[in-house]
Design a protein around this ligand. Structure first.
Ligand SMILES: O=C(O)CCC(=O)C(=O)O
Ligand SMILES: [Fe+2]
Length: 228
């Protein structure tokens, strides 16, 4: 499932995050690439342990913890400490690749199985040309270019690329999630059920007994599938 989660960063957090990363020193993006993806990767990243990374990361981790939609869709068990990349308008790009299945973070040494990949946009779409994140989904090819502060969540098993940026700068945070529910189809079913139950609760017309039963089904499926 590919999901757009809007307004993860509020305007004040977005402004703080941007001020930090715009003033920082950037390194070659090859530092975190695998042997295949390094050949198609041409961008820059903030060094993982730099002060700027730590400060901007804290803002994002805090915002993620407050996003109910993100939680419901990702059911995160472990979140890779967010990284930051930029593609500048000299045709910086990242060609087709699939993310490594497990990653270890320099920050905490922890291993994360990459069930879901995330890009949280920090630049507005009008600030650059090109730079679409193109994801080969089970339902075809999806092109993603979102407002600053929004994120996209997609299965890490997908082939994806970032098209060349031909004007301006595309700055983003990117990271991975190990989910409590490993299988995409099971996670999707839980997400759809959660959204439907919430809509029934808010609509106020459903029989409360039925809502209780359905909520119980949601939690009993979670109990069956979740690994904590
Ligand atoms: O910049 C992006 O949106 C995605 C980056 C990416 O695919 C990666 O670093 O593996
Ligand atoms: Fe990737």
């Amino acid at each position: 499932m590919l999901l757009h989660v809007p307004n993860v960063l509020d305007p004040a957090s977005l402004a703080r995050c941007r001020a930090i990363v715009e003033a920082a020193d950037w390194s070659d993006g090859g530092i975190t690439a695998g042997t295949q993806s390094v050949q198609v990767k041409n961008n820059r990243q903030l060094p993982e342990g730099s002060e700027a990374s730590l400060a901007a990361r804290a803002i994002i981790v805090d915002a993620l913890a407050r996003s109910a939609l993100f939680f419901s869709a990702a059911l995160p068990k472990k979140t890779f400490p967010p990284l930051f990349n930029r593609y500048d308008g000299q045709a910086n790009t990242f060609g087709n690749h699939i993310d490594n299945a497990v990653r270890t973070s320099l920050t905490n040494g922890d291993w994360v199985r990459t069930d879901l990949s995330v890009t949280l946009f920090l630049s507005e779409p009008h600030e650059y040309d090109g730079g679409d994140l193109v994801i080969e989904d089970t339902f075809g090819t999806q092109r993603v270019k979102l407002p600053a502060g929004d994120l996209v969540l997609y299965p890490s098993s997908s082939v994806h690329r970032v098209e060349p940026v031909t004007r301006g700068s595309r700055i983003a945070s990117f990271f991975w999630i190990e989910s409590m529910v490993r299988r995409d189809d099971q996670r999707r079913l839980l997400f759809d059920m959660d959204m439907a139950i919430m809509a029934m609760r808010e609509g106020g017309t459903a029989d409360p007994e039925h809502v209780v039963k359905l909520t119980g089904c949601y939690h009993n499926l979670m109990r069956m599938w979740a690994e904590t």
